[in-house]
Design a protein around this ligand. Structure first.
Ligand code: GUN
Length: 294
């Protein structure tokens, strides 16, 4: 069994980006600029956004945080998006999710200029990704692909089972793993809450991607001997023994599953850390016009 070290790989990716920015600066090029829109005071969102801003500083990107309280109207958020779309210095921006209930998420995402949609959430980017055209690939699936690549894990002809059909992870993951490229060329099965015989299908997976958001759902009897297990889950569960009062749990029962696997991502220290690195990568692409041209 090999542990896929997200901490190590994300640090490598960020270091490579930092070197590229240094080079851009030396040549007098455009410094990549990421903006983040944070509406309300969701604790997890605050943590994620501050780690995105901190990563920008570490890498040498410019960053802007646009913060508004939870009562901000949909129209006001659309107004902010309009300004960021127009701002020539901003290469890419994200609107941190979830948004307060009175705001229509789809309307917000569709208002983002696809050329600045470094989260890869806009239907145009999802459609282009599905067609294999240049697009921004959203951070979590991108992070998973990068881990697979950097560990030279074979994917062609393998059966990849993706558990969960979220727009942000499960759906794009299933599309990416079947593409005619590396990582890809898998035979993909997407299973979800209405799937019959889910454990049986998971047991057929050479590569199992767990992205359903249910702590420790995947148990040893659902995993084939020698499988690659990618755990995308990250749920806060109450744990009085922790200083913070909670522990982070993945979707995989790590202790019993790990010994059966050839490769496995831990939680924390696996996929989660890759997502910020992936967002930074997309921002650099945006600043250089490498997806849509400039
Ligand atoms: N909320 C949870 N994950 C994400 C993400 O990758 N991007 C944004 N914008 N919001 C999120």
């Amino acid at each position: 069994m090999n542990i896929i070290d997200g901490k190590l790989i994300s640090a490598q990716v960020k270091e490579e980006l930092r070197e590229k920015v240094e080079d851009i600066k030396l040549k007098g090029g455009k410094i990549p600029h990421l903006a983040a829109v944070l509406i309300g005071d969701n604790g997890a969102s605050e943590t994620y956004v501050s780690s995105k801003i901190k990563s920008c500083e570490q890498i040498g990107f410019k960053s802007t945080l646009v913060r508004r309280d939870a009562t901000t109207s949909e129209a006001e958020v659309l107004e902010i998006i309009g300004q960021l779309n127009q701002d020539e210095d901003v290469d890419g921006f994200i609107v941190q999710l979830p948004l307060p209930d009175h705001i229509n998420v789809d309307k917000i995402i569709e208002a983002i200029d696809p050329k600045k949609d470094v989260d890869g959430f806009h239907p145009i980017n999802i459609g282009r990704m599905a067609k294999g055209l240049p697009s921004y690939i959203s951070a979590t699936p991108f992070g998973v692909l990068e881990l697979i690549k950097r560990y030279n894990i074979e994917t062609a002809g393998k059966h990849c089972v993706v558990v969960g059909r979220s727009q942000i992870v499960g759906l794009p993951m299933s599309i990416l793993m079947q593409r005619n490229t590396y990582p890809g060329n898998c035979t993909v099965t997407l299973v979800h809450s209405r799937t019959q015989n889910l454990p049986e299908i998971c047991r057929q997976a050479d590569i199992l991607v767990a992205a359903l958001g249910k702590p420790e759902f995947i148990t040893a009897e659902m995993v084939k001997e020698g499988a690659v297990v990618i755990d995308v889950g990250l749920t806060r569960v109450v744990d009085a023994s922790k200083k913070s009062g909670f522990a982070l749990k993945g979707d995989v029962k790590f202790d019993e599953v790990a010994p059966k696997t050839s490769y496995i991502t831990p939680v924390p220290g696996g996929v989660g850390l890759m997502t910020v690195a992936a967002l930074m990568h997309n921002t650099l692409l945006a600043s250089q016009g490498l997806v849509y041209g400039k």
